[in-house]
Design a protein around this ligand. Structure first.
Ligand code: ADP
Ligand code: MG
Length: 804
């Protein structure tokens, strides 16, 4: 929309007359401007101010114009925009007898003299008849405002001329409406015209008037309401608009009418409401005004949402062409010009009909169900329904899912979407139930600490309760069923003893002692790392003694006592020390060597960097001294030899030589530093690699030394094809774990009901364990028999993957 369209449009229509004042009223060649010339002495006393010429620029001048052309110019666009949702207002303003009613309603006698209202009605119905898509309803109302009282000009059509509802102008978020005003649905052009002519015109308050006996002192507002409903998929979009066609009362001054008594009172009212209208128009044209006093008269209140704003507004100023009316003509043109300054920002009034949408959706669902039913009958699936599942059906699905999980059935047949959704729901339910059960079981057995609490985790690690990855190292109840605990002290103190010997070291409680000391203050805490609770149940008194013992143990390894069997594996830090002395000694040596090389390179690098910095500093000093020399030379005058070269003194020469040497030194230092950096990087990489290897070898060694059951270790004795690291530790340790787990589960579920069965189940479990062991051994035997399966490797052969 361009700037012109964003303002109220104003036209002037001149009533044809044989006595047209050619000298007074002149039209511009573009038919948009109108000039008024008044001779000072032409009419004494009427115009006595200094200005005699006026020029008005409007959107169009309708002079000797047919009703049809007037409609095309003034209304057609506005009505067509109303059909797509923009509100529109057309107002006729002017003195009585100037042709307002003629313009708005027209002469009822002849078709071609019909005015804007019947033509607008025609355009609306023509458009609705042509449009295929929207469902359009047209309604009309006809309101008269006379002496600040509202009259329903169509009330007699439905009632007997009297309306019980007191009419009032009401503001609401959707706009202004007149409460009690009858609004009539019209399905044909003719219906609407009937209402306009028969009811409207006959009911209008008309007073005898000296100027024109048919003129009136009331304002009449004919409104066409258009509602279009579109189906956009399942939504129902509603576009609402209204066209206000307003025939204002005469704007002439009182003195001229010669009215008296009742008529004089009416005239006063007319002027008052029109002057309020003028005030409103001045206010609306001022962008700084935020309050517009619409409510000060019925007319302005009713027109609140019809003047500018989001509405297309058009004004027609009806004027008389005779010189005698020049004063009224001037006043009407001024009004029209002011109207032009009101800005408009028309918007489409569209809403979504929720009720309509729901109804449309319901209808669509019914249709879809019918269609599905048809497909089902065609596909021989007549039992399928699309209604929500019943409780019985849900119970059936639940039992199906349980049977499926237990392996009772291989698959669940898909019946329909609702059933699939229910199946998933049941799965979700089972998963969440299991999660809760597992958590409850762990909580009843273990104390939990926060894995993000680094201090606590470090303490636990130090205590050997969990390893570097946070995995549990010790299990309190291993002894109860344990055949897995390997001798610890047999591999301590650097003595080369067989790892799988049955020699018993002295009883070790180092790991748990550390845990007691270091965990103090961290527990209980939020969960994730699991610690056996038994370790925490130590008495305070025993604690200090244990701590002292550990320190002694760590600093000085205890002597090996072959006759003793450890009841639990050693803590990892201690085991690590042992590992570094035994199997891991070679890799540890390489690791240390790499580290010392790295350290030496770093030291050298730091020395060189310091030296470079010193040189740089010195160079800057010499540069400054040289600059000073140069300045001095300039000030004292320069000596030049026969070749034109500047001669410098000895001091300056020495400084230059020194600078040259320093530069050289700087360059070589810098190069060395670069080389050192590369070397450091390389060494660092070696050290990291070594460290990782050391740790991973240790992990394997630790697992195989302390976590693999004794009998399995037998199978790994030297000479066999199985070397450390070959069997995944989880595969070995899980053999008994399963039995144990099963027993625990059984304890939880069966035993509380029947405690007497404990012995029976314990015995059964031991038998099961034996069978499992036998199976494992035979499979290991088979693996060993297969030639070439695994390359033989000396178990204690040092690892030499890295050479520095
Ligand atoms: P108003 O409503 O402003 O008081 P009317 O519309 O009643 O004035 O006009 C007064 C008379 O002038 C009417 O008889 C009307 O038919 C006639 N008249 C007004 N304008 C025109 C016009 N443009 N062409 C022909 N007749 C007109
Ligand atoms: Mg009139």
């Amino acid at each position: 929309m361009d700037a012109v369209d964003k303002r109220v449009r104003a036209f002037v229509r001149v009533k044809p007359t044989a006595d047209f004042a050619q000298d007074v009223i002149k039209f511009g060649p573009d038919n948009k401007s109108i000039d008024i010339y008044i001779k000072k002495d032409a009419k004494k006393g009427v115009v006595n101010n200094k200005q005699t010429d006026w020029s008005f620029r409007l959107d169009g001048v309708l002079h000797n114009t047919s009703q049809e052309l007037a409609y095309e110019t003034v209304a057609k666009k506005l009505v067509s925009e109303a059909l797509i949702g923009y509100n529109g207002t057309i107002m006729c303003y002017g003195q009585t007898g100037a042709g307002k009613t003629y313009t708005m309603t027209g002469a009822t006698a002849e078709y071609k003299h019909r005015g804007i209202i019947p033509r607008a009605i025609q355009q609306v119905f023509k458009a609705t008849a042509q449009s295929v898509d929207p469902f359009v309803t047209v309604r009309i109302s006809y309101l008269e405002i006379y002496n600040e009282t509202l009259f329903d000009l169509l009330a007699t059509v439905t009632s007997n001329g009297t309306s019980d509802v007191p009419m009032a102008v009401v503001d609401c978020p959707q706009g202004v409406y007149v409460k009690g005003l009858s609004i009539h649905s019209v399905s044909h052009e003719e219906d609407a015209l009937n209402l306009l002519f028969e009811a409207g015109e006959t009911n209008r308050v008309i007073a005898e008037h000296t100027l024109n006996k048919n003129s009136s002192r009331s304002h009449c507002i004919f409104t066409i309401y258009i509602e279009s409903r579109f189906r956009v998929f399942s939504d129902v979009k509603c576009v609402n608009s209204k066209i206000n066609l307003i025939d204002l009362a005469g704007s002439e001054r009182l003195s001229k009418t010669g009215s008296e008594g009742q008529v004089l009172k009416e005239a006063t009212y007319i002027n008052k409401s029109l002057s309020f209208l003028e005030q409103i128009i001045v206010a609306l044209a001022d962008p700084k005004r935020d309050h517009i006093p619409f409510r000060q008269s019925k007319l302005t209140h009713v027109l609140k949402d019809s003047l500018g704003g989001n509405c297309n507004t058009v004004l027609v100023a009806n004027i008389c062409g005779e010189a005698v009316h020049v004063e009224e003509t001037l006043s009407s043109l001024r009004f029209a010009t002011r109207m032009k300054w009101i800005t408009t920002e028309p918007v489409i009034n569209e809403t979504y009909d929720r009720e309509g949408t729901v109804k449309a959706l319901e209808k669509e669902i019914i249709l879809l169900k019918q269609e599905l039913a048809m497909h089902d009958s065609l596909g021989n699936r007549s039992l399928v329904t699309y209604d929500p599942l019943t409780d019985i059906q849900i119970a059936e699905i639940k039992s199906q899912v349980h049977r499926y999980l237990k392996g009772g059935i291989d698959e669940i047949d898909i019946v329909n979407v609702r059933q699939v959704q229910e199946v998933f729901k049941q799965f979700k339910l089972i998963v969440s139930q299991q999660e809760h059960e597992v958590e409850a079981r762990l909580r009843s057995k273990y104390a939990l600490i926060d894995k993000n609490d680094f201090a606590a985790v470090a303490a636990v690690r130090k205590a050997g309760v969990v390893d570097v990855d946070g995995h549990l190292v010790q299990e309190e109840d291993r002894r109860d069923f344990g055949t897995r605990t390997a001798p610890f002290a047999s591999r301590r103190g650097g003595k080369k003893k067989s790892r799988r010997s049955n020699e018993q070291p002295k009883k070790e409680r180092i790991g748990s002692s550390l845990s007691r000391r270091d965990l103090d203050g961290f527990l209980p805490s939020k969960s994730q790392v699991i610690i056996p609770t038994k370790d925490l149940d130590m008495k305070e008194g025993a604690r200090n003694q244990d701590t002292a013992d550990i320190d002694a143990e760590v600093s000085k390894p205890a002597p090996v006592e072959d006759s003793q069997q450890p009841s639990s594996p050693p803590s990892k830090p201690l085991a690590f020390e042992q590992f570094k002395e035994e199997c891991g000694s070679e890799i540890n040596r390489i690791f240390k060597e790499n580290k010392s090389i790295l350290l030496a390179r770093k030291k050298r690098s730091s020395t060189v960097a310091q030296r470079i910095n010193f040189i740089k500093h010195e160079m800057e000093g010499i540069k400054k001294a040289l600059e000073a020399q140069k300045q001095e030379r300039w000030q004292q005058g320069e000596y030049v030899d026969d070749k034109g070269q500047i001669i410098i003194d000895e001091k300056e020469f020495l400084l230059i030589m020194k600078l040259k040497d320093l530069k050289e030194e700087y360059r070589s230092g810098y190069a060395e530093l670069q080389d050192l950096k590369a070397e450091i990087q390389y060494c660092q990489h070696l050290v990291d690699q070594c460290r990782n290897k050391l740790i991973s070898e240790f992990e394997i060694w630790y697992s195989e030394s302390f976590l693999i059951p004794k009998d399995v270790q037998e199978a790994l004795k030297p000479g066999g094809n199985i070397r450390p690291g070959m069997i995944p530790i989880n595969r070995v340790t899980c053999l008994e774990e399963d039995e144990q787990e099963r027993f625990e589960r059984m304890q939880e579920t069966t035993l509380p009901a029947c405690p007497a069965s404990l012995s029976f189940y314990k015995a059964k479990m031991k038998t099961d364990q034996k069978h499992t062991y036998a199976r494992t051994m035979s499979s290991l035997e088979q693996m060993r028999k297969k030639p070439g399966l695994v390359a033989a490797a000396g178990k204690n052969k040092p690892l030499s993957f890295l050479h520095v």
